[in-house]
Design a protein around this ligand. Sequence first.
Ligand code: GDP
Ligand code: MN
Length: 397
Amino acid sequence: MKVHEYQAKALLAEFGIPVPKGRVTTTPAEAREIASELGGKVVIKAQVYAGGRGKAGGIKTAETPEEVERVAAQILGTRLVTHQTTPEGVPVSKVLVEKAVEIKRELYLSIIVDSSNRLPVMMTSEAGGMDIEEIARISPEKILKAHIDPAIGFRAFQGRKLAYGMNLTPDQIRPATNLMANLYRLFQAKDCSLAEVNPLVVTAEGELLALDAKLDFDDNALFRHNDIQQLHDLEQEDPLEVKASESGIKNYIKLDGNIGCMVNGAGLAMAVMDLVSQAGGRPANFLDTGTVNDAGRIVNAFKVFTTDPNVKAILVNIFGGMTRVDVIAQGIVAAHKQMDIQLPLVVRLAGTNVEEGKRILAESGIKYIEGTDFYDAAHKAVAAARGSIKTTQGGKN
Ligand code: GDP
Ligand code: MN
């Protein structure tokens, strides 16, 4: 789960990391007030769940409170499109108004979980301000890394090594080391999957300051961080993904293809996506129903598909273990009874109570195409999306 920059900065400050003075607001009038309080030049920053705002016009500076009000009015209520968003962009409902900082150097600092080493890794670079992917591509040697053993914690010597590596001056080494240690404390205490400060700046006065902040939290640990859960801004998420999660669907990620896939189990779902691609099609989503014990969840999954205008065919691939195939079949039938679904439907069922499941579908009167196996189903779904095969009652074609 992501949070906004202003929320991330509040957490950073709580853990002793210096951040610029400022406040968030939803109105131009209040933006003007904040600017008056801060005095002097300020920066107005669009609050969205996406980076790359600087280049996309989401970060502006202003000299006077009047100008701040005008700029805030221009940004608020728009949608910001950055290289990290969809072409539709994300809505800007809040701006962060901060005292402008005179920047001497822009550095990079982050912590992520390195899955190949199964450890958190702290990364720093002298080339801050730009995307880390870009630094990694142009000058990978400029990225320094220190793996952190969670049982031992982040050590001061690691901090010194990274700090000297960024060519900080001797009097900046200790503040930098403390800042890194504090970021790791935050990362661990809040179960982050990412903590990124880009840029971490050296000001004209020689002080270190987190000018931007991005935190991502491990969804599987959110149950123990009620404070973090409360910060979730659903407006920033894909509406279909929000709908899916509210409907009890375990995992739904919207993609850009036209075959809606409904599968139980993440591994099977990934395999289905591979097969659909191999058959020449493109999945419209990744969807893991989880273990299904009530038909209602399947109805909800169909509601999600049918709202996606890109979907041209639906592929259901279920391997029932704990999930009962007959319950799935009841869900498919119920969805078609409740909604007017005209999309071609390809169904491949296997596992627990499969005979009963197939009987329910065959006798339901709904039109579908039966996939005899996994491979057959993927190919039929691709053909159905192109309109080259038709559905029939009873599933035979
Ligand atoms: P991002 O583009 O979404 O990552 O937004 P950032 O918060 O990182 O801002 C992008 C860039 O704007 C930074 O790298 C800085 O160069 C510039 N910037 C942001 N705040 C200030 C500020 O207070 N003073 C100055 N001079 N530049 C700033
Ligand atoms: Mn940034």
